[in-house]
Design a protein around this ligand. Structure first.
Ligand code: 6PG
Length: 255
């Protein structure tokens, strides 16, 4: 991924459904390009609720499913079928709706008693470089389960660690900054006004990953709805037609 100091590409959508559709199409195109290039795609899914609709739409698209491997950026330390499980959300929205081989779904075993051992086991499996890493952002600027002022933000060797965070459920497994830096493509999805301040801090304020971990994602591709983009520079001139992406020349785009 481009360095965290460089500008990423930001697209703003008037409606959450348009954001989800664009995200699904972006994921499908990215997967197809990776499979075309190297015969496989290693995709890590974001947790939380924002990506659900994008996953549902992705399941209905033409994707070289047999060559797709699915990973997770983080997981809550609950049973894999628990309502709070990121795996459970992915299963309902995508994994049970698309012909993805069960052997190609690599879930974090957050339910295990020895969380550090579970993190180390996942780290041994995790590819050195993910082809596509999908992430969300919390109102406090966290991403994956990298929360502000967490010791995990200083990890340079471990790629998956067990953490305790302020967002319930507290116990989690998460990728660390080296995994984000090594990912070939990072896409961030954010929707809702409660994310606007964190998006602004991540994209416009001086990078301060300790207090806003999403600042590590500045070089990523961001797909936002209008509410989440409220805190960042907006284009002058008329609003785009409803439901279309507003590509804001004042919001930096990768060439
Ligand atoms: C998690 C996620 C977390 C999430 C953000 C946004 O397991 O909680 O990995 O980083 O992406 O908190 O969550 P929402 O999409 O639910 O707002």
């Amino acid at each position: 991924m481009a360095s965290s100091g460089s500008a990423g590409r930001v697209e703003v959508f008037d409606e959450p459904e348009a954001l989800a559709r664009a995200a699904a199409e972006l994921f499908a195109a990215s997967i197809a390009a990776d499979v075309d290039w190297r015969g496989r795609c290693d995709l890590a899914l974001a947790g939380g609720s924002t990506p659900r609709r994008a996953y549902e739409l992705l399941a209905a698209l033409r994707v070289p499913w047999p060559a797709l491997h699915v990973w997770f950026g983080d997981e809550r330390c609950v049973a894999p079928d628990h309502p709070d499980s990121n795996h459970a959300l992915a299963r309902a929205a995508l994994l049970d709706r698309a012909p993805i081989s069960p052997d190609h779904v690599h879930r974090m075993r957050g339910e295990e008693g020895d969380r550090d051992a579970a993190a180390r086991a996942y780290e041994r499996e995790l590819p050195r470089s993910l082809d596509l890493l999908v992430l969300g952002i919390g109102p406090d600027g966290h991403t994956a389960s990298l929360f502000p002022r967490s010791a995990a933000l200083g990890e340079t060797l471990r790629r998956v660690v067990a953490v305790v965070g302020p967002k319930p459920p507290p116990h989690r497994l998460t990728i660390t900054p080296p995994v984000i830096a090594a990912a070939r493509r990072v896409v961030v999805l954010a929707a809702g006004g409660d994310k606007a301040q964190a998006v602004r801090r991540a994209l416009h304020d001086p990078v301060d990953a300790a207090n806003c971990p999403a600042g590590l994602l500045r070089g990523a591709r961001w797909l936002l709805d209008r509410a989440a983009a409220a805190g960042i520079a907006r284009p002058s001139g008329a609003a785009p037609a409803a439901g279309t992406a507003r590509s804001d020349p004042e919001i930096r785009r990768i060439a």
